[in-house]
Design a protein around this ligand. Structure first.
Ligand code: ZN
Length: 124
């Protein structure tokens, strides 16, 4: 369960598709939590962060799907979710947090893809 803070254009194909899958999973987990249903991953730090930021997950999903389309992957899984009114709304990751994520990504990938840096994920 990880939503990267860098723009989707910086992700390798594998990470792009993986994160897309995880966003869908996280939305399902968050929706269950909000309905008070038991389920896995509900104590995961990333899930707790996004628990009241469903709108941000929806926006991130849009970014990931757009990048998938740009790369020629077909996207057949629209998120049919409306952010509930109790969502926290706007938030911003610090440049330091984004840089840490970029470093971590670089460490894991062993190389830096970085085609663009103008679509950092700064939250919404
Ligand atoms: Zn999707």
């Amino acid at each position: 369960m990880r939503i990267w803070k860098v723009g989707p254009s910086e992700l390798s194909n594998r990470r792009l598709l993986g994160e897309h899958r995880e966003v869908h999973g996280m939305v399902t987990v968050v929706q269950k939590m909000r309905r008070g249903e038991p389920g896995g991953y509900q104590r995961h730090p990333e899930v707790l962060f996004y628990a009241d930021r469903l709108d941000a997950l929806i926006r991130r999903h849009e970014q990931l799907a757009a990048e998938m389309n740009r790369r020629g992957f077909r996207h057949h899984s629209p998120l049919r979710v409306c952010p509930p009114p109790e969502d926290r709304g706007l938030f911003t990751f610090t440049p330091e947090a984004i840089a840490r994520d970029r470093q971590e990504l670089h460490r894991r990938e062993g190389r830096f893809r970085g085609r663009r840096r103008d679509d950092d994920w700064r939250g919404f």
